[in-house]
Structures are given as structure tokens and as C-alpha cells.
Design a protein around this ligand. Structure first.
Ligand code: SAM
Length: 189
């Protein structure tokens, strides 16, 4: 099955657009090619990895998720250059060879992806989601600072700084999906 944008509807179409914008930004910082596999963590329906295979039909994708969806199986039909790893990523200490990518690794799963990227000295890129107030230490965060940045930006700026403290370069950028909706992107080459 190809990911012909014209045939996609509903959630698939939104996911496709998100993934297209994600790769557009990531490619500015991390060289992508068919020679380097990607590791799609918390892959869900696998749109990220399958889009990569559209860009690089000779490439290889390692998908990780705690469960495989029916939609994943449909999108995977006819494809052989991938492996699905059914794993709880919280228990992982290493992943297969490749660039770590993750879209909407919810809440603190993003921090687990960051931990793996740093630990394995791999390039990685993440689009975080589900930022919650309990993720920040109230005592260290004066309310006016939080008010200025907004919760999601504040948390992701803190994440980016923590990555830089580990000696890695890190770009925090954003993609705009429409006038109201934007997503942050943490990119570590
Ligand atoms: C919001 S969805 C994102 C899916 C996909 N990346 C996307 O952008 O559409 C989060 C995914 O994380 C998976 N997930 C949640 N907890 C997990 C864990 N501990 N280990 C592995 N996958 C997990 C869920 O099964 C789900 O597919």
C-alpha cells in the first residue's frame, strides 16, 4: 500500500501531514538516507516509518510500540524492509541500529526517548506531546516565567537545555500545522 496523500482521509491524512512537516525539519539537521535505518519509537499506526519508506524505498525501519494496531498491519501490507518490536519502551536499555525518531511519545515517554538517544549516542528527533504541570518543579519555576513561555514551551526548553548540558547540540524548533496548532520539535544530530 502506498501513502498516496490524495487517498488518505481523516486521521491518516492529519498524521501524514504531521509526518511530512516533521521530516522536512529533521532533514535540515540530520542526514537521512536509505543507508541508515530509522527507529520509530511509540510508532502507533507507523505513519512516520512508512513515510520514510516512501522517501527511501530501499531504507529500513525498526518500529517499536507496546501494541500493534490493525491500521499498522494494513499500512505494512506488501512491505518487507521493517521489523516491528513489541516492547514497553520504558524497559529498553538499547534499541536497534538507526536514527531515533518519535512523534507524540506522550508525556514522559518523550524523556525516555531522550534518555535512549543520549545513552546510545545516536542522533534523535522527537515531537513531544501531553505536557503536564506536574512535570515541572513548582519551587524552581516562578509563575511569571511559566506564564511568559507557556507550559509546553517551558518544558521543552528545559529538556533542550538538559540535552545541551550532556554535551550534545540540540535544536528546539516548531512546526505549524495551522494558524492555531503548533508542535515543538527537539532535534539532536
Ligand atoms: C499518541 S500515540 C502516537 C503514535 C504515533 N507515533 C503517531 O504519531 O501517530 C502514542 C503511542 O505510544 C504507544 N505507547 C504508550 N506507552 C508505551 C510504552 N510504554 N512503550 C511503547 N509504546 C508505548 C501507544 O501504544 C501509542 O501507539
Amino acid at each position: 500500500m502506498t501513502l498516496d496523500q490524495r487517498l488518505l482521509t481523516g486521521k491518516d491524512r492529519r498524521d501524514y501531514e504531521k509526518v511530512r512537516l516533521f521530516f522536512g525539519e529533521v532533514a535540515k539537521h540530520i542526514p537521512l538516507s536509505a543507508d541508515t535505518p530509522i527507529v520509530d519509537l511509540c510508532c502507533g499506526n507507523g505513519m512516520l516509518g512508512f513515510y520514510f519508506l516512501e522517501l527511501y524505498p530501499e531504507g529500513y525501519v525498526h518500529f517499536y510500540d507496546q501494541q500493534q494496531t490493525e491500521r499498522f498491519r494494513e499500512l505494512a501490507e506488501g512491505k518487507t524492509n521493517y521489523t516491528f518490536h513489541q516492547e514497553d519502551i520504558n524497559t529498553l536499555t538499547q534499541t536497534e541500529e538507526g536514527i531515533l525518531l518519535s512523534i507524540h511519545a506522550c508525556y514522559i515517554l518523550t524523556d525516555k526517548v531522550i534518555e535512549l538517544g543520549l545513552q546510545e549516542h545516536k542522533p534523535f528527533a522527537i515531537m513531544p506531546c501531553c505536557h503536564r504541570r506536574e512535570m515541572i518543579q513548582q519551587c524552581e519555576t516562578p509563575p511569571h516565567v511559566l506564564h511568559t513561555y507557556g507550559l509546553a514551551d517551558y518544558i521543552d526548553i528545559t529538556r533542550a537545555n538538559a540535552i545541551r548540558d550532556q554535551g550534545r547540540s540540540c535544536t528546539l524548533t516548531e512546526i505549524k500545522r495551522n494558524r492555531k496548532k503548533k508542535n515543538n520539535l527537539i532535534i539532536v544530530p
